[in-house]
Design a protein around this ligand. Structure first.
Ligand code: UDP
Ligand code: MG
Length: 319
């Protein structure tokens, strides 16, 4: 790993007119400091993705470009696509423009920008991914804190072992960006993706600051949609749960049948026709759910095929 790298900092922005200028200026200061220590090249830059802002975010970005020249780059979406797509666009763009590593950070700078230098150090020590882990969630609302906790627990149960308090504040190497390029699926969930590809990962803990100006751009619906996307993009376990429910219901119907038959032929307590009805209802109910589960298995296969993820990723090859 070369000791001096070109770093790109990616900032997704949605209606961030109150903070974007100060954030860019702070981050340029951070870049200057790391450049002066000889850890990154002086053509390292900031790449802003305006995710269809309705306020003056983009015109501020254009002004910043005029002031700071090519150290500030960016793009503007024609409409709001959501934070994940803005991040993906940033990662794909800096790969095209050129960089050895890229760090994504929020426009409100809630994440500790001083951790950026530590990220770069970890990268130079050989990590392909350096993931920012929040020390706590003090700045989050009660609702967000607990729904996030439940989400990470659920993801772990479903087989996606993402560490809790994970964030999109991370460094990724050029190698990771090249792999990202092979994942063409539309609804890619970055936290799952960077974990799943299995590259050498370091974890750096950082303190979360409260948002200085403006308000959170996530609401209940966008958070739910992000969580559902995360689960369905990485796990077909929910489909398997349907099949399991079907099998359990069918097995239950046999036990029920035994009990109902005892009641009918030994105790003679059931009215005529009742036993047949109950047994058929329970058995076919179970059978239907089980059949849905089988359809789910094939649906899961189609889902995986449609995503057309690479079959494998070679780390090193000797030819
Ligand atoms: N963001 C975005 N598109 C959206 C929502 C958010 O690009 O549709 C950006 C936002 O401008 C910020 C980052 O994603 O840079 C995180 O958003 P925010 O700080 O509002 O989230 P929170 O800190 O409340 O989780
Ligand atoms: Mg924030």
């Amino acid at each position: 790993m070369s000791e001096i790298s070109r770093l790109a900092i990616i900032i997704p922005c949605f209606n961030e007119e109150l903070v974007v200028k100060s954030t860019v200026e702070t981050l340029l200061g951070v870049l200057d400091n790391i450049i002066s220590k000889g850890k990154i090249t002086n053509n390292s830059y900031i790449y802003l993705v305006d995710d269809g802002s309705k306020d003056s975010t983009w015109s501020i970005i254009e002004d910043l470009r005029k002031t700071y020249g090519e150290r500030v780059k960016g793009t503007k979406f024609i409409r709001n696509y959501g934070n994940q797509k803005a991040l993906i666009a940033g990662l794909e763009s800096v790969r095209e423009i050129g960089c050895d590593c890229a760090i994504s950070i929020d426009a409100d700078l809630q994440q500790d920008e001083n951790a950026i230098e530590i990220f770069v150090d970890e990268f130079h020590k050989g990590a392909d991914i350096v993931s920012g882990i929040r020390n706590d969630r003090k700045t989050d609302s009660f609702f967000k804190k607990y729904t996030a906790l439940c989400f990470y627990r659920l993801m772990n149960i479903l087989g996606v072992k993402i560490p809790p308090n994970h964030s999109d504040f991370r460094l990724v190497s050029r190698h990771a960006l090249d792999i990202l390029e092979q994942y063409k699926e539309e609804g890619l969930f970055l936290r799952g993706f960077f974990h799943e590809i299995g590259l050498k990962t370091s974890y750096v803990h950082f303190n979360v600051k409260p948002r200085a100006l403006g308000c959170s751009k996530f609401n209940f619906f966008s958070l739910t949609s992000l969580a559902l996307n995360g689960i369905t993009a990485f796990s077909i376990v929910p489909l398997r749960i349907i099949a399991a429910c079907g099998v359990i219901t069918m097995l239950g119907s046999f036990v029920l049948a035994f009990e109902v038959l005892c009641e009918k032929y030994i105790l003679h307590t059931t009215p005529s026709g009742w036993a047949t009805l109950v047994i058929l209802l329970a058995f076919f109910g179970g059978l239907q759910i089980f059949c849905l589960g089988i359809i789910g298995e094939y649906l899961g296969q189609i889902f995986n095929e449609v995503k057309a993820r690479p079959r494998y990723i070679k780390g090193i090859e000797l030819k």
